[in-house]
Design a protein around this ligand. Structure first.
Ligand SMILES: Nc1ncnc2c1ncn2[C@@H]1O[C@H](COP(=O)(O)OP(=O)(O)OP(=O)(O)O)[C@@H](O)[C@H]1O
Ligand SMILES: [Mg+2]
Length: 326
């Protein structure tokens, strides 16, 4: 059974994604990047980016649905909202006085290099970030999921995701966090249902390189032992992922794929993982779809996310490989 047919058979627990620092992604290409002259670029595309929004977009592509909550301001904010709605995603916008940022990705045709310019988001006032918390509090549903993903813009306190985690716990909602630095540390101190650090992010958090398999397993497991999370999904780029929980530690390699652009891999991984859990699958089955989705995303150019056909094909390959080795 394909992913689409399977998804339509399973009802899903409600999922809300939160994007505090969205970015309108402009992607284009040029022959060579050098200084001193105008760089004439090819066609450009415009996508609504940022962790939570990407998670909602991938969930939609995989046959599910999430409510996307994000901040938006100015004409870029309007365009961002329209692009999300055009994908059929239900949205709730927290209007802000600042102007939604843009990010620029330039592929250099002659070398295959990719340049990513990530701008700072607009500063949020205390009233604005408190409104975001209120919107989340009003919109989450008991038994569902809230996915808080991405960086925090200036003005938002480092414990913002910890506040979301507390709200979620009080409402019997599973809080999922994908972020880095102090925002991650604060959220873990509060305790979450699922955390999805990359190797780089967890290494920074624990203050060790995590370059051996054992150190990776130990670091993910310690988050569970210390009560920081019920599940820790540590993603390892081309080396796949480790999923730690009270019950077990599972390691899953990636299928081999042609790497075009790694942008959006983590968001695709997380979207598939949460959707599968919300549909009532085991964590092990969810991890397989998640690794397939992450790897499908790296096959797509620039900031493009995974597409459903690739996820289904890679997942089927992984199932076949697992059957062969058993
Ligand atoms: N080079 C690759 N080849 C195959 N699959 C990949 C590759 N890079 C990433 N993936 C897939 O995407 C998932 C997430 O990738 P990764 O660990 O790089 O997380 P990330 O969140 O994108 O990283 P970061 O936030 O640090 O930029 C991996 O678990 C894997 O399934
Ligand atoms: Mg990431």
């Amino acid at each position: 059974m394909g992913l689409t047919e399977a998804s339509s058979l399973w009802s899903s627990k409600p999922i809300l994604t939160l994007t505090m620092n969205p970015a309108l992604d402009v992607s284009t290409s040029t022959d060579l990047v050098y200084s001193g002259h105008k760089l004439r670029c090819g066609r450009s595309s415009l996508d609504p980016g940022g962790g939570g929004a990407n998670v909602a977009r991938v969930i939609q592509r995989l046959g599910g649905q999430a409510l996307a909550v994000f901040t938006a301001g100015g004409t870029t904010g309007d365009t961002y909202r329209r692009l999300m709605e055009a994908e059929g995603i239900p949205v709730l916008v927290a209007a802000v006085g600042g102007i939604t940022r843009q990010d620029v990705t330039v592929d250099e045709n002659s070398t295959g290099n990719q340049f990513r310019f990530v701008l700072e988001g607009p500063e949020l006032s205390e009233g604005e970030w408190r409104t975001c918390l209120k919107i989340v509090g009003r919109s989450i549903r008991a038994g569902g999921y809230v996915v808080a993903s991405g960086s925090l813009p200036p003005g938002v306190p480092e414990d913002f995701y910890a506040r979301v985690a507390r709200l979620a716990r009080e409402a019997d909602v599973r809080c999922v966090v994908d972020t880095s630095g102090p925002a991650l540390t604060e959220a873990l101190a509060e305790g979450v249902f699922l955390v999805k650090p990359s190797r780089r992010e967890l290494a920074e958090h624990v203050g060790a390189a995590l370059d051996s398999e054992q150190s990776q397993i130990d670091a993910a497991s310690s988050l569970i032992a210390e009560g920081r999370a019920d599940y820790a999904a540590l993603t390892l780029g081309e080396a796949g992922a480790v999923l730690a929980s009270k019950a077990s530690v599972i390691r899953l390699p990636t299928p081999s794929v042609k790497v075009v652009s790694t942008v959006g891999a983590g968001d695709s991984f997380l979207a598939a993982f949460v959707l599968r859990l919300a549909q009532g699958n085991t964590a092990e089955a969810a991890l397989r779809t998640a690794v397939a989705a992450g790897s499908a995303a790296v096959m797509s150019p620039a900031t493009e996310l995974c597409c459903r056909d690739d996820v289904e094909r890679l997942e089927a390959e992984m199932v076949a490989r697992a059957l062969e080795t058993n």
